[in-house]
Design a protein around this ligand. Sequence first.
Ligand SMILES: N[C@@H](CCC[C@H](N)C(=O)O)C(=O)O
Length: 277
Amino acid sequence: MKFTKMHGIGNDYIYVNCLEETIENPSEVSKKISDRHFGIGSDGLVMILPSLTADFTMRMFNSDGSESEMCGNAIRCVGKFVYDNKLTDKTTISIETLAGIKILDMQITDNKVTLVKVDMGEPILSPEKIPVVSSKDIVISQPVQIGSDIYKITCVSMGNPHAVTYVDDVINFPLEEVGPKMETHNIFPRKVNAEFVEIIDRNTLKMRVWERGAGETLACGTGACAVLVASCLNGLCERKAVIKLLGGDLIIEWNENDNHVYMTGPATKVFDGEIII
Ligand SMILES: N[C@@H](CCC[C@H](N)C(=O)O)C(=O)O
């Protein structure tokens, strides 16, 4: 199987052109190739497929083999993959995902995509659609008990579920301990991606993420979008802000006019390879 390893600010996936390659069991393949000791090493697998309704389809699998509806860092890399490999000559393309069709605007330097702005669509706030168990119409600062501690979560779906919590010192926060307990808490019927955020100022937020199905990663694009929306809902930031993640920065805007969230960030190729699966 031919593949390309790419990353979006350190959130790395193995990308396969499934217009040419066939993957019989993507869940198993994702687990195998993601292994950082016995595989290629990645946060998961991304398949690029044809679409009847958009220019391409993206399917994304976490390193534990579970499929996610959407991946913000991966979709920017898919844009770079299809443009740089001349599968399209358009700089604005549509990509079908399990969370709907997303539109990408790609910035080109020396015939290669460097920066991608993605229309991530409208954030979903209703608890039953996220999904999260709650008696409220919107989950803002809802207390959740983990061990003897109470965490106040704000929940947003960007097609996939996120729970955002504010902390004083995100770098020293015990993510390895709290992250998996939040991910699998019984109020989340389909588990959750858990973001922990330190407010730097009204235009700058610093976050770490414990991803559903992958553990701590260096960045999460949908997570950064969820953090911006959650922070607006909590009155903590402006509608446009820089989100600082371990692997780099994303610019996220929640547009007042169309209610859509826009994510801008880089996409980077690491290397091409071939593996027997
Ligand atoms: N890293 C991603 C999100 C990947 C999927 C997530 N772990 C889930 O299961 O929903 C991003 O950049 O958005």
